[in-house]
Design a protein around this ligand. Structure first.
Ligand code: HPA
Length: 245
């Protein structure tokens, strides 16, 4: 049985119904991960859980130690990673509460420690990243979303911005011209680091607001929190179905 790791994003700092077996403090050559890694049982399967922003939520997207997180999960025995990410919607189909299982991404971040391959100059490694998400894992997310009858898109381009501020209207217009359907701050370098460690990785994105300029007003934390309250229970149901299936 594959051991899955779940990386919980904003709003998903714990899994209700998770039976905790062990809380592991793991140190890595890259420092400490965002939180203890919780090993336990969810939907009858062995699972590792890590709160990306710490527990309680306190680490901003650009300050997350993505390398430590992925390294620690691998060390703890993860064989596949399901990432949950709150995002803004760019494409008209991506309204609040909609789910998207992205198939592609564009990285707009800068200055993040984004690779494990920087010290060994004799063996520069160029990993293939043509298809950043693992297709079988994506299909399992898609199957679970369909079975739950939640509104979702089975494809989408995730644009990852630096944060922690939200984008300007012009930036979102540019991202739309680039082909981005959703915008978030935590998709990279997480997806790449998983690839470097040869961990199959897929993302369950929950739209929590229309991106800048995609609604008549500005973006408020209240609307984001309301969408998270509505959507996170659904995300848990999807994850449970993926694991049990
Ligand atoms: N932009 C970037 N990241 C986000 C957004 C957004 O509008 N909403 C949630 N995460």
């Amino acid at each position: 049985m594959t051991v899955h790791a779940i990386i919980g994003g904003t709003g998903l700092t714990e899994l209700s119904g998770f039976v905790l077996h062990e809380a592991q403090h793991i140190d890595t050559p890259y420092g400490a991960p965002s939180a203890v890694i919780l090993r336990g049982e969810y939907a009858g399967r062995e699972v590792l859980f890590l709160a990306r922003h710490g527990h309680p939520h306190r680490i901003a997207p650009h300050q997350v130690n993505y390398r430590a997180n992925l390294w620690a999960l691998k060390q703890a025995g993860a064989e596949a990673v399901l990432a949950v990410n709150a995002v803004g919607g760019i494409h008209a189909a991506m309204g609040s509460g909609h789910f998207c299982v992205p198939h592609q991404l564009i990285d707009y971040t800068y200055g993040r420690a984004h690779t494990f391959f920087e010290d060994d100059l004799e063996h520069v490694t160029h990993v293939d990243f043509s298809y950043p998400y693992d297709e079988p894992l994506r299909e399992r997310l898609i199957g679970a979303l369909a079975a739950e009858r939640f509104a979702f898109s089975s494809h989408g381009v995730y644009g990852c911005t630096q944060g922690p501020r939200l984008e300007t209207v012009a930036e979102i217009a540019r991202m739309e011209r680039d082909g981005c359907d959703i915008v978030g701050m935590t998709g990279m370098p997480e997806a790449l680091l998983a690839r470097e460690l040869e961990l199959p990785y897929a993302c369950l994105a929950l739209v929590v607001n229309p991106a800048a300029g995609k609604s008549s007003g500005v973006i408020t934390m209240d609307e984001i929190e309301a969408a998270l309250r509505e959507g996170i229970g659904k995300a848990r149901a999807v994850l449970a179905r993926v694991l049990a299936g």
